[in-house]
Design a protein around this ligand. Structure first.
Ligand code: ZN
Length: 513
């Protein structure tokens, strides 16, 4: 079956055919690193993570490039307000963003170019655009002349005549047309700046993504992605300058845009002060719950995030986890694994149906909501089979093969959506206790989820042991035990698990992989 994706450029759902057979080149506009990432940013990261995983599952070798915009007015503003160098601001938020992605099981991009490290590439592009007459110099700035580009507006559907009326030229700008945009901005006092043929200055935002995507993926790469708030002007301008620069079309073959995360009907954004920072969300909800909530709605529909959305996601994740645990319990009860059992026909059929339903719904413009429905069909069969074994209606040995096939398919399909089931849910009380222990052993507050806090504490304990500070090491172990986290030292390293109030144990993602 062939994957079909909605292409903003053609406004149609089209079959995905890559530029190079067997490969897919993906560029996603990354974060402007001046503040905490919020759930809106995570939706984009997760949508394109699912797309990447799905393309790989389809057998394509994906190159995923996602930039950091680390030269920007808002970064400069923040650095000036805090009285620190601009790269101190960017470094801090890049680190935090990467932690959030890791916690949410988002695969790291293959290349993460930073704008500040690609200035010569941008200067080269701008120089050629000036030479070709697509751009002009004005008072230390360089602007792209939109009137020189036939077809400007083809992505967003904007018309130049309307833009003339709608846009305004800010004081200090020397544009010929209000829709012209800056490729290079002259240096202002106290701002980071670089030498260029037009004097010292810095690049405009749009040229950054053109230069970095062309450098790592080349002209005509497969997928350019981002939030739908980037269609105009950012992506429209990327197309105009890249196609002018190379003299070829298309710059990117498929333009994929995710809809926004909404709070009470309004777009979640920094400027509206209605955002939920990812690191705060991770302190309240397990990573799987956040991921589930964000993939439960089709990527082209806005998603309202509220308590109810997360409560629903938490219940759904729990149902998935319970099914997996039930199957594991049945499998563990089979003492002799001689493979003599016959696969249960019903379950094998359900496994095949789940795979094909999952694939056909994902092929239909990445319908993750439908994909979850396919997974739940499989879960119903897993529960039924586990239940039959527990009631003694069928011998465990007979169900074993079918169950292990179902289990593998369950993990494969949920894994494509990035659900990890790494550990048992850690309840709020335990989370709070772990946070207090982590604070006691660190001078600065750590913005991280509970699992990361535990693993950091185990690192502190390992370092203490290595330096023969056994009292610190013992103290960490004792405090964690009091909080309900049992640490075991295995030859492969320490492993931890949660002991609930009732004394039941759940496996965890510890050092034993
Ligand atoms: Zn971009």
């Amino acid at each position: 079956m062939a994957l079909r994706l909605h292409n903003t450029l053609t406004k149609k759902v089209e079959e995905f055919v890559s530029r190079d057979a067997g490969k897919a080149a993906l560029y996603v506009c990354g974060l402007t690193v001046y503040d905490h990432a919020h759930l809106g940013h995570m939706r984009a990261a997760i949508v394109f993570d699912v797309l990447r995983r799905y393309l790989e599952w389809k057998g394509l070798q994906v190159t995923h490039v996602q930039n950091f915009t680390d030269v920007d007015d808002r970064i400069i503003q923040r650095a000036q307000n805090e009285g620190v160098p601009f790269d101190e601001v960017t470094e801090k938020y890049i680190t935090e963003y990467r932690q959030a992605l890791e916690a949410l099981n988002v695969l790291p991009p293959h290349v993460e170019p930073r704008a500040s490290r690609h200035i010569p590439d941008m200067i080269e592009m701008i120089a050629r655009l000036v030479e070709q007459g697509y751009a002009y110099y004005a008072e230390g700035d360089v602007y792209f002349d939109v009137t020189k580009r036939p077809g400007y507006g083809k992505l967003s559907g904007r018309v130049l005549e309307d833009l003339r009326a709608g846009a305004r030229v800010e004081p200090g700008e020397f544009k010929r047309h209000p829709a012209d945009f800056a490729l290079w901005k002259r240096a202002k006092p106290g701002e980071p700046n670089w030498e260029s043929p037009w004097g010292r200055g810095r690049p405009g935002w749009h040229i950054e993504c053109s230069a970095m995507s062309l450098k790592y993926l080349g002209m005509g790469f497969d997928i350019h992605g981002g939030g739908d708030d980037l269609i105009f002007p950012h992506h429209e301008n990327e197309i105009a300058q890249s196609e002018s620069y190379t003299g070829k079309e298309p710059f990117a073959r498929y333009w994929i845009h995710n809809a926004m995360v909404m709070v009470r009907g309004e777009k979640m954004s920094k400027s509206l002060h209605n955002y939920f920072a990812v690191m705060d969300a991770l302190r309240v909800y397990p990573a799987d719950v956040i991921r589930y909530a964000l993939v439960s709605v089709h990527y082209r529909k806005p998603i309202e995030v509220d308590e109810e959305r997360f409560a629903d996601a938490a219940r759904a994740v729990e149902r998935l986890r319970v099914a997996l645990t039930a199957v594991d319990a049945v499998m563990a009860s089979v003492k002799v694994r001689d493979g003599s059992g016959q696969p249960s026909g019903k379950l094998v059929g359900a496994v095949q149906r789940a795979r094909s339903a999952f694939e056909s719904t994902m092929d239909d413009d990445l319908n993750t909501a439908g994909a979850l429905a396919a997974i739940f069909e499989l879960v119903a069969e897993m529960n039924r089979a586990a239940d039959e074994v527990q009631k003694g209606q069928i011998p465990a040995a007979l169900a074993q093969i079918g169950l292990s096939m179902a289990r593998a398919m369950f993990l494969e399909l949920t894994g494509l959506l990035g659900l990890a089931f790494k550990s048992a849910p850690i309840d709020h009380e335990v989370q709070q206790k772990v946070l207090r222990i982590a604070q006691a052993f660190r001078s600065t507050a750590v913005h991280s989820n509970t699992e990361t806090l535990i693993s950091n504490l185990l690192d502190v304990r390992e370092r203490a042991r290595a330096s023969k500070d056994f009292s610190t090491a013992d103290q960490i172990r004792k405090l964690l035990a009091e909080a309900g986290i049992i640490v075991e030292d295995l030859p492969t390293g320490p492993r931890w698990r949660v002991v609930s109030a009732a004394g039941s144990r759940a496996p965890s993602g510890g050092g034993d992989g």
